[in-house]
Write a new protein. Structure first.
Length: 254
């Protein structure tokens, strides 16, 4: 059984084909990378998968169910979480409160019990904080359990976003350039977190320009160019594909 299936997917913006007739599958328990030159359609594809954009043509099936017409929050309920290329951190909150925001789907959100702070609500909040602290330790942020988000270094904030996405207990985690702006040490820390996430049973799909990361941790790679599939396969197969080399080096496509 596949976790995610994309069939003949296309998206146009004013006559520009950002994604064109794209098909691929994501199997459970894998690290799947999507790469390609700038403008290849990678983030557009993420936005289509997560319900931010509506496809012009084609279909997306998540857990064997169509995502057509589903808003991002509805797909989140079904087990899909993502991070964004640019940091989306609540800097007026503490680090652990940021992670707790990701737990909202698993909390009692009824108005009256929340307003009255009934015992069940207090217990639920305490459990959410405990779970969020556990996730911060999981991504290597135990030193920031009591920190304010605006006092944390950039690399730690990237891992904080992953912890918050994991707080929703997803089946599928989509990471948009998790290593962007990181130094070598911070990139290695993100590598380790992504591998741990996959080992925990969460399927990971990432868009990333850091080829050392992609080649080092991916089970499968999809290469896009001008919105179309250029190649896919194992890291070794992609690395040795002449069309991929030409796309990255600017030569004529093989």
């Amino acid at each position: 059984m596949t976790l995610l299936r994309v069939e003949n997917l296309s998206k146009e913006f004013g006559g520009i084909h950002a994604v064109s007739e794209l098909s691929f599958v994501i199997n459970p328990g894998t690290i799947h990378s999507i790469i390609g030159p700038n403008g290849a359609g990678k983030t557009t594809l993420f936005n289509l998968i997560t319900g931010v954009y509506t496809p012009s043509l084609g279909a997306i099936l998540f857990d064997d169910k169509s995502t057509a017409g589903k808003a991002p929050y509805e797909l989140a309920k079904r087990g899909m979480s993502r991070t964004f290329q640019n940091l989306q951190i609540f800097f007026n909150m503490t680090a652990i409160e940021n992670v707790m925001v990701g737990r909202h789907l698993h909390l009692d959100r009824r108005f009256l019990p929340s307003l009255l702070r009934l015992p069940g609500i207090a217990k639920s909040d305490a459990l959410a904080r405990e779970k969020s602290a556990e996730l911060m330790r999981f991504v290597g942020l135990e030193a920031y359990l009591d920190a304010d988000a605006d006092a944390m270094p950039y690399g730690a904030l990237k891992r904080l976003e992953i912890a918050r996405a994991l707080a929703a207990e997803p089946k599928l985690l989509l990471l948009d350039e998790p290593a962007a702006g990181l130094n070598a040490t911070e990139s290695r820390e993100i590598d380790e977190v992504i591998v741990k996430v996959a080992q925990s049973g969460v399927t990971v799909v990432l868009v990333e320009h850091d080829m050392k990361m992609v080649m080092g941790i991916s089970d499968h790679i999809l290469v896009l160019d001008y919105g179309k599939k250029l190649a896919e396969g194992t890291p070794a197969e992609v690395r040795n594909n002449p069309a991929v080399v030409a796309a990255y080096l600017g030569g004529a496509h093989a």
